[in-house]
Design a binder for this molecule. Structure first.
Ligand code: GLU
Length: 492
C-alpha cells in the first residue's frame, strides 16, 4: 500500500493488522466481525494478520477459550500469519508470556519520570472521589499526583504521568475526531499483580509487533485520546485507527450481546452454515459496496472491501438474513463440493439422515442436486430429503388441511390421482418427459398446479414441501413413485 500520499497516515511499507481477543469465553458475531475486517485489510494489501491473545485479566479468563477462539477463526478461514501455533518475529503472542516486555517499558517510563507508583489506598481514592463529587467536579487522578511517589517495586499500581491537552486524530471510519484535555488522566499502566492493563499492553504490543492498523470495536473510541497521550509519552508513532460501529440486536436499539442471541460462532458450524456465507454476513454488518449487491464471494470481498465504506452508525443483526445468504451460497457451490461438505461434516459425522446411507452415493448426489435449490442450512437436510430414503407414514391431514385440496371431495381427488397414475405409467421418468406429462395432465384435468401438483407431491412424499415435482419424481424413480401414488389412491 502506498500511504505516502496521505499525510495523515504514518508511512509504512507493509500492512500489519491484528485481532486481539481476550480469552473470556466464546467468540460471537460482534467480536469476530472485527477479525474479518482486519483479515481483509491485511490480505488485500499482501500484508500480515496477527493473532494476539490478550490474557492479562486472569480473573476473567475462561479455560479453553483461547483454543476455542483459534478454532472459530480457523473455521471461518481467517488464517493468521503470526500468533499461537505460528511463530513470528514478535513471539510470544500471548500477553501473559510477555510480562518482561511490559516491565521493561514501564521501568523506562519510571526512570524518565513519566510514570509513578500509586501510593494511595482504595479508601483514600474513594475520599478523593467523594470530594470531587461534593464540589460537582469530575474526579481526576492527576489532581492528586503525589509529590514524592514511593519507589516502584512492581507491587504497586503504576500510573502514567499524563499530559493534559486537547487531542485531534483521524479515524478511518469515524472521521476526524477531537477531545478536550479534561478526558486525559493518569491511568494505570501496570497493576499490582504484575500484569499490565489493556490500555498499556496493547500499545506496547501494537508497537513492538509493527501493527499499522488498529481495527477494533466502538467501546474503545472514547479512550483513544488517553492512548494518544501515551504514544507521545513513549515516543512511538500512533497506528491508523479504524473503529467499527456497534452491532445492534434485531430490534435495532441496543448493542447485541450474548444474552440476546449472539451465540457462539461455532454453533453456526454445527447447524450447517458455510464459512463463506458467514463471512459475507459479517461483512454486511456495517459495510456495503455502494451497490445493491448482497451476495459476495470472499474473492469479491477481498476486491471490494474498504474501510471508508464502513458505516458509522450501528449495524442491525438479523439472523434471517444470514439464513438467506447461506442459502444463496449453498446454491453457488458446485454439486461435488456440496456433497463433500454435507457428507463430511467436521469430525467425520454427516448432515444426512442415517437412512441415506442405505443408498449409494450416486443416489445421494441426485437427491442433493434437487434439494440444493431449497436448502438454507445443512441441519434441515434430513427434513428436506428424508422421503427420498424412507417411506414416510401417511399423513392424510396434509390433504385435508391443504387450502386448495380441501375444496375437493375425496372421490374427485381419487380420480385426479388415477389419471396421473395412468399417464406416469407410460413415462420413461426422465425430467423432460415427466415435465411434459405433468403439463398435459393440467390441461386434461383442467386443474391448477396448486391442486394437481400438490396432490401428487403429497402422495409421493408425505412431506409438506419438496423440490420441483418432476425432479422429485425423477429422483425417486418410477417404481417408488407409482407405488406411493397407488397407496394414496387406496386411501382416498
Ligand atoms: N482484548 C480486547 C478485547 O477483547 C481487544 C481490543 C483491541 O482490539 O484492541 O476487547
Amino acid at each position: 500500500m502506498n500511504t505516502t500520499s496521505d499525510p495523515k497516515k504514518p508511512t509504512r511499507s507493509v500492512v500489519r493488522t491484528r485481532f486481539a481477543p481476550s480469552p473470556t469465553g466464546y467468540l460471537h458475531v460482534g467480536g469476530i466481525r472485527t477479525a474479518l475486517f482486519a483479515w481483509l485489510i491485511a490480505r488485500q494489501h499482501n500484508g500480515q494478520f496477527i493473532l494476539r491473545i490478550e490474557d492479562t485479566d486472569q480473573a476473567r479468563e475462561v479455560q479453553g477459550s483461547a483454543k476455542h477462539i483459534q478454532e472459530s477463526l480457523a473455521w471461518l478461514g481467517l488464517d493468521w500469519d503470526e500468533g499461537p501455533g505460528k511463530d513470528g518475529p514478535s513471539d510470544p503472542y500471548f500477553q501473559s508470556q510477555r510480562l518482561d516486555i511490559y516491565k521493561k517499558w514501564a521501568t523506562k517510563l519510571v526512570q524518565e519520570g513519566k510514570a509513578y507508583a500509586d501510593p494511595y489506598t482504595a479508601e483514600e481514592v474513594q475520599a478523593f472521589r467523594e470530594h470531587a463529587k461534593a464540589n460537582k467536579k469530575p474526579f481526576l487522578y492527576r489532581e492528586h499526583r503525589p509529590e514524592n511517589p514511593p519507589v516502584w517495586d512492581g507491587g504497586q499500581p503504576l500510573r502514567l504521568k499524563s499530559n493534559p491537552k486537547p487531542y485531534a486524530w483521524h479515524d478511518e471510519v469515524m472521521g476526524d475526531m477531537q477531545a478536550g484535555a479534561e478526558v486525559i488522566d493518569d491511568f494505570i499502566l501496570m497493576k499490582s499483580d504484575g500484569f499490565p492493563t489493556y490500555n498499556f499492553a496493547h500499545i506496547i504490543d501494537d508497537h513492538e509487533m509493527g501493527i499499522t492498523h488498529v481495527i477494533r470495536g466502538q467501546e474503545f473510541l472514547a479512550s483513544v485520546p488517553k492512548y494518544l497521550d501515551l504514544y507521545e509519552t513513549l515516543g512511538v508513532p500512533a497506528p491508523i485507527f479504524a473503529t467499527m460501529p456497534h452491532i445492534l440486536g434485531s430490534d435495532g436499539t441496543k448493542k447485541l450481546s450474548k444474552r440476546d442471541g449472539a451465540k457462539d460462532i461455532l454453533e453456526y458450524r454445527e447447524e450447517g452454515y458455510l464459512p463463506e456465507a458467514m463471512r459475507n454476513f459479517l461483512a454486511s454488518l456495517g459495510w456495503n459496496d455502494g451497490t445493491e449487491q448482497e451476495v459476495f464471494t470472499t474473492e469479491e470481498l477481498l476486491e471490494k472491501f474498504s474501510l471508508d465504506r464502513v458505516q458509522k452508525s450501528g449495524a442491525r443483526f438479523d439472523e434471517r438474513r444470514l439464513l438467506w445468504l447461506n442459502g444463496a451460497h449453498i446454491r453457488l457451490l458446485p454439486l461435488e463440493k456440496l456433497a463433500h461438505i454435507v457428507g463430511n461434516k467436521l469430525g467425520g459425522a454427516s448432515f444426512w439422515p442415517p437412512e441415506a446411507f442405505d443408498f449409494d452415493e450416486t443416489y445421494r448426489t441426485d437427491v442433493l442436486r434437487v434439494v440444493q435449490e431449497r436448502l438454507k442450512f445443512f441441519q434441515e437436510l434430513p427434513e428436506l430429503s428424508k422421503f427420498f430414503f424412507v417411506d414416510l407414514p401417511v399423513n392424510i391431514s396434509l390433504i385435508d388441511d391443504n387450502k386448495q385440496l380441501k375444496k375437493f371431495s375425496r372421490s374427485e381427488l381419487h380420480n385426479m390421482l388415477e389419471s396421473a397414475k395412468r399417464s406416469l405409467e407410460e413415462s420413461d421418468f426422465t425430467v423432460d418427459d415427466l415435465t411434459e406429462r405433468l403439463n398435459r395432465l393440467l390441461e386434461a384435468t383442467g386443474q391448477k398446479p396448486g391442486v394437481l401438483f400438490s396432490l401428487i407431491r403429497i402422495a409421493v412424499t408425505w412431506a409438506p414441501a419438496s423440490p420441483a415435482l418432476a425432479d422429485t419424481l425423477h429422483v425417486l424413480g418410477k417404481e417408488k413413485s407409482l407405488n406411493r401414488i397407488e397407496a394414496c389412491i387406496k386411501i382416498l
